[in-house]
Design a protein around this ligand. Structure first.
Ligand code: AKB
Length: 336
């Protein structure tokens, strides 16, 4: 057995990108946990699949101990739009699920005197820009700027960033004298666009939805204005950032949370690139004011210089390469 990795939320969009990439490294054994049955396409890549709730502490503790889990990729979460439809359930999964996992990992790591790397995907939804003028006038935001999220998902993720830092550096600080067994590392993702999977429940979903609709020969009605701009990255770069971060020697990390990004684009720029390939795809704009307000609170671009400085982060895909070398060829293959 190689080092064993636990991937929670394994059946989600990032899981569909991360699990095959981890398997390809041929240095880890993977345990996949999700509340739903793992897709058949992922099963050949994993050593064990577990269908369970992230809130089930007994299952989590047994997995960490039985498999001597060394690394956790904690992907289980409800994204921004779906979280707004059931904020309390989102809080339960996003916060209590993460707190549960950190608590059990801390206990197991302490008992077994070993470090557990806890790798956590956060989001641009942790930002809360107050108005359009401020958004338009802002340069790329650093990690610590405008951390005033307006969604349950963004609030959850911001809290979990802080909770992870607490468990790795300050846990029970008045009475504990041990070095924490938790090595918490976090990348803050922009909107992610995958060629292989359709997003489920995000507010940045208009970008991938537009592309996939066109590839299926359908039109698309965008729920945001054409001038709406946020940062994006394609799934291979999102996976690359996770694989890179987990391997960085701890002494090189000057912070727990790192922005990563690929490119910023307006909905119109994405539509124009789509129509270059699918000229017959009718893309229209009927903004949903409530979803528009969420996206308008997110930055036009984020500053990922800390990740570049500390661990050499660099995206492989700018917007042109994303379309010509990844999205269009892979999506055409998917729908052929
Ligand atoms: C969402 O839209 O909720 C996610 C995100 C930006 O984190 N894709």
């Amino acid at each position: 057995m190689g080092e064993v990795i636990l991937v929670t939320g394994a059946n989600g969009e990032v899981g569909h990108g991360l699990i095959p990439a981890l398997a390809k490294l041929k240095k880890y054994d993977l345990v996949a946990l999700d509340i739903r049955e793992l897709d058949d396409t992922l099963k050949p890549h994993v050593h064990e699949t577990v269908v369970a709730d992230i809130l089930d502490k007994t299952v989590i503790e047994n997995l960490l101990k039985e498999h001597q889990i060394k690394i956790i990729f904690h992907l289980a979460a409800l994204l921004s739009s779906v979280a707004e439809n059931d904020p309390e359930r989102a809080h339960d999964v996003n916060v209590n699920g993460t707190a549960n996992l950190l608590s059990v990992a801390y206990r197991v790591g302490t008992e077994e005197k070993r470090t557990i790397k806890f790798t956590f995907p956060s989001t641009i939804a942790v930002y809360g820009i107050p108005d359009a003028k401020t958004k338009k006038g802002s340069r790329a935001l650093k990690e610590e700027e405008y951390n005033t999220p307006i969604t349950m998902y963004g609030i959850n993720k911001l809290y979990c960033e802080l909770l992870g830092k607490y468990y790795s550096s300050h846990y029970s600080q008045l009475t504990t004298h041990n070095v924490s067994p938790i090595d918490f590392r976090c990348v803050r993702f922009p909107g992610i666009i995958s060629a292989l999977t359709i997003p489920s429940g995000g507010t940045s979903d208009y970008a991938p939805e537009m592309i996939h609709s066109a590839a299926k020969g359908e039109g698309y009605e965008s729920f945001v204005r054409p001038d709406t701009v946020i940062p994006f990255m394609v799934m291979p770069d999102a996976v690359k950032s996770l694989l890179q971060l987990v391997e960085v020697p701890p002494e090189k990390l000057t912070q727990n949370v790192y922005n990563v990004s690929g490119f910023s684009a307006t909905a119109l720029e994405i539509a124009e690139l789509v129509n270059k390939v699918y000229p017959d795809s009718a893309i229209s704009y009927v903004p949903n004011p409530k979803r528009q307000k969420i996206v308008d609170s997110w930055p036009a671009s984020i500053d990922d210089s800390a990740a570049k400085r500390d661990w050499g982060w660099k995206p492989d895909y700018n917007i042109e390469r994303a379309f010509t070398e990844y999205l269009i060829p892979e999506i055409q293959n998917k729908y052929k």
